[in-house]
Every structure is written in C-alpha cells, then in structure tokens.
Design a protein around this ligand. Structure first.
Ligand SMILES: Cc1cc2ncn([C@H]3O[C@H](COP(=O)(O)O)[C@@H](O)[C@H]3O)c2cc1C
Ligand SMILES: O=C(O)c1cccnc1
Length: 351
C-alpha cells in the first residue's frame, strides 16, 4: 500500500489573479473600504481558492471520521469507549449534532468508520472500512502500523476525491473517537515540542484529577516515542485512525484546490500534521472556531490561525465548522451581490 500522492506532491497555490480581482471589487462596493472586516478577506480568499469571480459556499461536502483509541485503556476519558460505535449508529440514524447541522446546511455528509474495537454490522450510509479494531495503546506501543496509517491517509484522500467529483465548494471534516483529545494532545506535543500541561484538557468532561492523570499518560507516550518530529513517524506512533484520515482528507482537498473549513481541537491537530508535512496546504485552510479545549490556542498559534467564532463549543464531529458556514455564505453573497458605487450612483470618498 502506497501513500496518497498528496502526501508528497507540491501543493497548488490559490489563484493570484482572481485574488487581485476580488480585492479590487471589494473597493468598488457601496461601503467604506474594510467596513465588512474579515468577511471581505474571506470572500477574497475563497475567490482565489475557487479561481472564480463569484465565490460560493453553497455546495458543502462534509465527512465525519470515526475510530477507537487504545489509549482509552489508561482511563483518560469521561465516557466509555463503546460510545464511538454507538455514535456511528447515531450518525446513521441522523440524530447526532452534525447530522442536524448537515441537514440545516443542505450539505452532503459522509460517515466513515476507520475502525472500532467491536466491529459494527451494516449501518445504512456508513462506509465501514474497519482498518483495525481501533489503535493500539500509544502510551505503551506505536498506535498504528505503517500499513494502517497509510490506509487511513488513503481513506481521507478518497473522500477528497469524492468531494472534488461532486463539485464541492467547501470541505468540512469532523471527528468521532472516544479518547481522541488525548491522542490529539500527544500529537501536538510531539510536533510542537510543547508541554503536556499546556495541551491536555478536560475533553468530554474530566475533572482536575482526571486532567492530571491525562498529562501523565501523555508524558509516558512522549517518552516512549522519543524526539522524532517527522509527521508520518509522529502520526504512526501517536495518532488515531480518524485523525490520520482527516490529515489525508485535508491534504487531498488542498491538492484538488478545495477550500477547507477546519473545526475544533481535533481537526486542527490533523491540520497541523498536514501543514508540517506540506506547508503549502495552509493556504487552503479557514479556521472556524476556537474550541473550549484549552490546548487549541497553541495549535492555532502554530499555524498563525485566527478562528472566526468563539462559542465555547467542545463537541467535535465538525460541528463548529458547520456553524461557521453561514458566515462564509454571507461573505460570498455580499461580495457577489452588493451594488458598486457607480451602479448605485453613490458618491465615493473624496481622496
Ligand atoms: C456522546 C458524545 C458525542 C460526541 N461527539 C463528539 N465527541 C467528541 O468527544 C470525544 C473526545 O473526548 P475525550 O477525549 O474526552 O473522550 C470524541 O469522541 C470527540 O469526537 C463526542 C463525545 C461524546 C461522549
Ligand atoms: O474541539 C474539539 O474538536 C473537541 C473538544 C472536545 C471533545 N471533542 C472534540
């Protein structure tokens, strides 16, 4: 099994000519220059990414990636591991937060099971890949084999290919995996050479003693792993199946010129892996919200990312990104449909 081409290929650059045209148009619209704040930059970035005069965020392709984490053996989550599989069934039934939000946005939602401890039977609408029965316990041994991480990256790349075929104007990835705030924190510590105290948080609801224990588990994992910061080595040793698939999807979208709206802590860590591997991928990422998970700030800062929203959300599933889609839609509508000073007969500023 070979890595997807997007793992090593040069990343395309958003279109500079369309960017300039969009910047010029923003100056002609009936408003003081800059008065729509970051909505202006959003429209300009989307115009450059989509290589169009008329950027849009109408066709949104979403995928929620699920997988189990062996590190749950260390007692690092407030919830039992079985919830991962139970939530996959909930996605299939349409009852999860991201199910509701995808309908609200009239977006496509794919559900992928990368691997649960208990194999799932057939669930309608679930792509049941079952690469492994979850990851191994990363505090004690490498989380994945080379073949497993490769399969997960390829699964994410295949989602990006389907998004491209469907004509997606925007991609959103989401995560589901009990224990994955620990996995994401370990990955961030390894890539940023940062302190577990700064990256570990309550996740689904640990108390202070639970967070201290989580920090200790993360320290053990980092000690076992050593100081290899190569993104593939870090992902294999310390990652999760769903986080690897998210990384593959984000790189796959950048390779196919699809802008991505990044969700919270977990997806941001997948983005960090992607950007460490292919720095050019950063130009395709928008950051939706600041998660309540305290480590998110460090991960955002490492990518010089300023998220759009700060709603105290800490769910994952892609939910924060889904909520931010309406801001992108508003930015595009304003850019595409506002009158210019000349068309409306409004006097422009005097200098
Ligand atoms: C019912 C439920 C639905 C979720 N949807 C996303 N998560 C989120 O919370 C989990 C990570 O937190 P921790 O590391 O503390 O286990 C992941 O499953 C993540 O996707 C959920 C968690 C629960 C309990
Ligand atoms: O921000 C996130 O992605 C997050 C936070 C807590 C639990 N699950 C996900």
């Amino acid at each position: 099994m070979t890595l997807p081409a997007s793992w090593t290929s040069p990343v395309p650059v958003p279109d500079a000519a369309y960017r300039q045209q969009a910047l010029d148009r923003q100056q002609l619209l009936t408003k003081p220059p800059g008065s729509l704040g970051r909505l202006e930059q959003l429209a300009v970035d989307l115009a450059a990414q989509q290589a169009t005069h008329r950027p849009r965020a109408d066709q949104v392709h979403m995928a929620v990636f699920a997988g189990d984490h062996g590190v749950c053996d260390e007692g690092i989550s407030a919830f039992p591991r079985a919830v991962t599989g139970q939530m996959i069934a909930n996605f299939a039934e349409g009852g999860a937060a991201i199910s509701v939000l995808s309908r609200h946005l009239e977006a496509t939602l794919e559900v992928l099971n990368l691997g649960t401890v208990e194999p799932l039977g057939h669930l309608p609408g679930v792509n049941n890949l079952q690469i492994a029965p979850g990851t191994a316990n990363l505090a004690q041994q490498p989380a994945m084999t080379h073949d497993q991480v490769t399969a997960a990256l390829c699964a994410g790349d295949a989602v990006a290919e389907r998004a491209a075929s469907a004509g997606a104007q925007l991609f959103i990835g989401g995560d589901m995996g009990i224990g994955n705030t620990t996995t994401a924190a370990v990955l961030a510590c390894a890539l940023l050479n940062d302190d577990p105290e700064a990256l570990a948080g309550p996740g689904t609801g640990l108390d202070a003693a639970g967070v201290s224990h989580k920090v200790e588990v993360i320290r053990r994992a980092l000690q076992r792993h050593g100081d290899n910061r190569d993104p593939l080595a870090v992902l294999t040793s310390l990652g999760g199946l769903e986080i690897a698939a998210l990384t593959g999807a984000l790189l796959g979208c950048a390779a196919r010129r699809i802008p991505v709206l990044v969700d919270g802590f977990i997806v941001s860590v997948a983005a960090l892996v992607a950007v460490r591997q292919r720095p050019g991928a950063r130009a395709w990422l928008h950051f939706a919200h600041r998660s309540a998970e305290p480590g998110h700030d460090r991960v955002l800062a490492a990518m010089e990312a300023r998220p759009l929203l700060d709603l105290g959300m800490r769910l994952g599933e892609g939910s924060g990104a889904a909520v931010a889609v309406n801001l992108l839609r508003a930015a595009c509508s304003l850019h595409n449909s506002m009158a210019t000073f000349r068309d409306a007969g409004v006097s422009n500023r005097e200098d």
